[in-house]
Structures are given as C-alpha cells and as structure tokens.
Design a binder for this molecule. Structure first.
Ligand code: SF4
Length: 307
C-alpha cells in the first residue's frame, strides 16, 4: 500500500491548541516522509518532553517519547543499533537548547546520521510559558511577570561552531517550505539541524504569529551560498562557516532569515567511523537467544580497544 497522508495519520487525539504551529510541523514531517519515499516500518521519530514532543504519537511510524533533554542520545542509540532506520527527532527549544544542550553540542562531534527538527517558540509551552533559552532579552511573553532578563542563545551559530554539517532555519506556518527543508535534511548524509520558528498562540502570541513572522522573517538573500563544494578543502569549509556566522550575527530578533545557512556533505559519519574500526555489526543484525538477548560476540570490540 502506498504511503500517503491518511496512512501516516494515527488515531491519537491531537491536544495542541488551535493555531499551534506544531500542526504545520507534523504535516510537514508527513509530507517529507512521503516525498523521500521512506518506509514507515523503517522510520523512527524520537522526541523529548514538551508540546512538540507529542508529535511521534500522531504519525504512523515507529516512535519513542523519551525524557526531557535526552532525545538526542536515544536517537543516536537507535541509529547505531539499526543503521537501516531513518531516525527523525522532534523536540522543543527548551528541551534541546536548555537541559539538552550538552547532548546538542556533543552530537556534532559524532555526526550520527539523525535529523533534528527543533520546534522553537521561545517558551516552555507545556509548563505554562516560562522563557526558554531562545527568548530574546527584554521580551515579555504572556506568563512572564517582567521582561526576560536573560540573553538568548543562537542555536544556529552554536551548531555551526560545534561542527554540524547541515544547519537550516524554517518556520512552521510555511508548510511547503518547511517540507522542502526537511526533505533536504533527510537527504543529507549525517547529522542535520532544522530550527523551526514555531507559532505558540497561547504563550508567545505576539512574537510567533504568522503575520509577525511574515514581517520579520525573510528568506536568505538569493546570492547567499552556504553549500561547501569540496569538503576536503578546509579553506572553503571555514570560509562558508564564517560567512554563515557573520550573517547570523547581523540578524536581530526582529530581523531573521530562513534557509540553509551551512551545508557540507562530509561523509565522515559516526557509523562510517565505526565501520572503519571493524567494530562488531549493529545490534539489529545480531542473532537473539530465545529470551531476546543478543548473542553478541564481544571479541572484535575488545580487540579494537587494545592499545
Ligand atoms: Fe502549541 Fe503553545 Fe498550545 Fe503548546 S501551548 S500546544 S506550543 S500553542
């Protein structure tokens, strides 16, 4: 049976607020699965905790709703255990860039082939709208008693500096553009980040509405080129990174861009590095005993650790 929107839609109740940008994001995820011909049985969506993290319940693929800030290591573990799976991750800005920021940075050092779709609305919406790490200083959202006293973290420049090879921004109310960005992230070999400016009409209505995004967020200039043509050319890689960071530094919260800021098709994924070390084959290829425990031959592993 062909995969279509109907077959990808689960029977679970969607309790997002009316007008929530998460609804556009879940539609884009389904569109991207269809456009990239992913087999639902070989696709996994991992999430952490937050409004956004309910997404795996709503899509008829494999899903894991994990712990606050810990979605990335779950996703990495799934990919390493069964590299045949396509692993997507949907979590929020509070989850990923707050408590999970250590995992967010370390993920770049490994470059596992997983795709991060981060729903970025500037607030911890599930717990009534406290300021998240991406809420700019001075902004007062609905449930803050005073303007935000903290400065904002820029997840895109942090990702580039950490070593991400696909760094993009999109927004939740432009579903077609968001779908295209997700497709490109899925087709990229290695770790990919799509930071999604997401509407939260309940707790951050002023700065995340569709009209606000339409006024303050525009596409990258047509002559901007963040794509590295020769990944072996360090000079080109560093120039492209520097350009992207300069552009991000020139932005302010009232003037942002969407598009791919930096892309480098570096095939040095964690999976490939493991293969080069002749590590034991992934868990999914192991024979199980009758209790479901993998019959793992640890000899090659011990040998690879010998000094
Ligand atoms: Fe969406 Fe905000 Fe409602 Fe959560 S609180 S469901 S993010 S609109």
């Amino acid at each position: 049976m062909a995969t279509d929107l109907k077959s990808l839609t689960s029977n679970e109740f969607n309790d997002w607020c009316p007008g929530c940008g998460d609804s556009g994001i879940v539609l884009a995820v389904k569109n991207a699965i269809i456009k990239t011909n992913l087999d639902p049985h070989k696709t996994v969506i991992v999430s952490g905790i937050g409004c956004s993290s309910k997404l795996p319940h709503l899509v008829n693929v494999n899903g894991v709703h994990t712990l606050h800030g810990r979605a990335i290591p779950f996703a990495e573990g799934i990919k390493l255990a069964n590299p045949e799976l396509t692993v997507l991750l949907d979590s929020g800005d509070g989850d990923t860039y707050g408590i999970g920021v250590g995992h967010f940075i370390s993920a770049a050092r490994r470059n596992t082939n997983i795709k991060l779709f981060i729903h970025d609305n500037g607030v911890y919406s599930l717990t009534k709208g406290q300021a998240s790490p991406t809420l700019p200083e001075g902004r007062q959202t609905k449930s803050l008693p005073a303007p935000n006293i903290n400065g904002a973290l820029n997840p895109l420049s942090l990702a580039i500096m950490s070593g991400y090879n696909f760094v993009a921004r999109a927004q939740s109310y432009k579903v077609n553009e968001l779908t295209d960005m997700m497709v490109k992230a899925i087709q990229h070999e290695g770790l990919a980040l799509v930071d999604i400016l997401q509407g939260c009409p309940t707790y951050n209505p002023e700065f995340t509405s569709a009209p606000w995004f339409n006024t303050h967020v525009k596409n990258l200039p047509s002559d901007y080129d963040g794509f590295v043509k020769d990944p072996t050319n360090n000079e080109e890689v560093n120039d492209k990174k520097l350009n992207a960071i300069k552009l991000l530094l020139s932005e302010n919260p009232d003037n942002m861009h969407t598009g791919i800021f930096f892309q480098n098709e570096d095939p040095d994924t964690f999976e490939n590095r493991l293969k080069k070390r002749n590590m034991p084959s992934p868990l999914s290829q192991k024979i199980m005993d009758q209790d479901g425990n993998p019959l793992t031959d640890i000899e090659p592993l011990l040998k690879s650790l010998e000094v």
